[in-house]
Design a protein around this ligand. Structure first.
Ligand SMILES: [Zn+2]
Length: 412
């Protein structure tokens, strides 16, 4: 069987744009050869694609995905609740939408249904449904005493270490790979809540112990500095936001930099500031909170990077004013707000993304032996990372060696 050869491409390999033009050969679902300059010998059965000087790069990784959050670039939903059948189909469609926009992997930050992501993932990996590689999650957990704090709230959650342990166990049994906890509240949903701890250290520790026993990863919504510290002590792998991290929290983060990942979720913050809601919908409190978070994160993220932490794009897309499908905007925000070069933002979304997915030795780079998750981009995203937001500029999208978007068809 022949391979697929991309010729006449500039290659962003996950770390840097390589000099000159080159060629990449894909065989099966892997990258078989990467060549700078001269090109790659063809066999008769090969399919050769002329990249026309465009950029071949690894597929993007969304670090804070909410596939079941209803709104997307294809459908505006003015709220979070959907009837179950609608929720399932919407989630499946959002998976396809992420892939359409160049995201070949997604790390879930929580779902609105216990098992929809796990079921969807089975359909995606069995080949029948388009969507990114998925680290699936179950419902975001918050304590039973809190009302209306998060759309993923479910009534049967109890409190105390045993209830927390049971929840992690249940998520693992369903087949979720990541379990998400709201360790702090959220100002955007309830004024003052970001500083409020939702769990005790004993409960967080119980989650950590059970997660290690069950072989699942933990992720947390952590705004308050103490929530960051709580998550770190308990062995959480992914920490979202971290907005109010103080010096001690930064030191603790740094000490674990080889084990953890951070996604500030700046997309939702910028979208909140940009939103122009209808008059009956008061977003003034959310906007005040977002303005504060923005200023703090502009200081925080460069400091996290200085300390060698792995910070990834991933911006809480799926809300009505921040729809699924707009995910690549986070890369531009990393450049505009956090001082990244376009190349550094791309590397965070690809090379670090592979590590986030737990597949750093085979995903997120254009490198011999790596999985063939590739984008062929019309233009140079290391000069202007914003071009990735225009799906028409994505001439080809390949996942696992197969075209989701075939460049021959894309040209029609
Ligand atoms: Zn989120």
């Amino acid at each position: 069987m022949g391979g697929i050869i991309f010729e006449n491409v500039r290659i962003f390999d996950g770390s840097q744009m390589r000099a000159g033009t080159g060629a990449v050969r894909v065989e099966g679902n892997r990258i078989a050869e990467v060549s700078d300059g001269a090109g790659i010998a063809h066999h008769d059965a090969d399919r050769v694609i002329d990249g026309q000087g465009g950029t071949l790069m690894p597929g993007l990784v969304e670090a804070h995905a909410h596939l079941s959050w209803p709104s997307s670039v294809e459908r505006f939903v003015p709220g979070m609740a959907l009837p179950p059948e609608d929720l399932v189909l919407t989630t499946a469609r959002n998976a396809r939408i992420l892939l359409d926009h160049g995201f070949t992997s997604a790390y879930s930050a929580g779902s609105l249904s216990k098992s929809v992501e796990v079921v969807l993932n089975t359909f995606i990996t069995s080949g029948g449904m388009p969507g990114p590689r998925l680290v699936a999650s179950s419902i975001e957990r918050e304590p039973p005493s809190v009302e209306e704090l998060d759309p993923g709230r479910v009534a049967e959650h109890g409190s105390g270490p045993d209830a927390v342990r049971a929840f992690v166990k249940e998520c693992a049994a369903i087949g979720a790979k990541s379990v998400k906890f709201l360790l702090s509240g959220e100002d955007a949903l309830m004024p003052g809540a970001s500083q409020k701890l939702m769990y005790t250290q004993e409960e967080a520790d119980a989650a950590g112990e059970q997660a290690r026993e069950s072989g699942v990863w933990l992720a947390c919504h952590a705004q308050a500095s103490d929530a960051v510290k709580m998550g770190l002590r308990a062995g959480f792998r992914v920490l979202y936001h971290c907005t109010y991290a103080d010096e001690e929290a930064l030191d603790m983060l740094e000490a674990k930099r080889g084990e953890i990942f951070i996604a500030p979720a700046i997309g939702i913050i910028q979208a909140t500031l940009d939103a122009a809601p209808p008059p009956h919908f008061d977003m003034s409190h959310m906007k005040r909170s977002a303005a504060e978070v923005l200023e703090l994160q502009k200081k925080l993220v460069p400091e996290l990077r200085r300390r060698g932490l792995r910070v990834l794009p991933g911006g809480d897309y799926g809300f009505p004013f921040n729809p699924n499908g707009r995910n690549a905007r986070d890369l531009e925000l990393f450049v505009k707000l956090f001082g990244y070069t376009p190349q550094e933002a791309l590397s965070a979304a690809t090379l670090l993304g592979g590590e986030l997915m737990g597949m750093g030795d085979e995903l997120g780079q254009v490198k011999q032996g790596f999985l063939a998750d590739l984008l062929l981009v019309d233009g140079d995203p290391t000069a202007d990372v914003a071009i990735l937001q225009d799906r028409k500029r994505l001439r080809a999208i390949m996942k696992d060696g197969r075209f989701h978007k075939d460049p021959a068809l894309a040209a029609l």
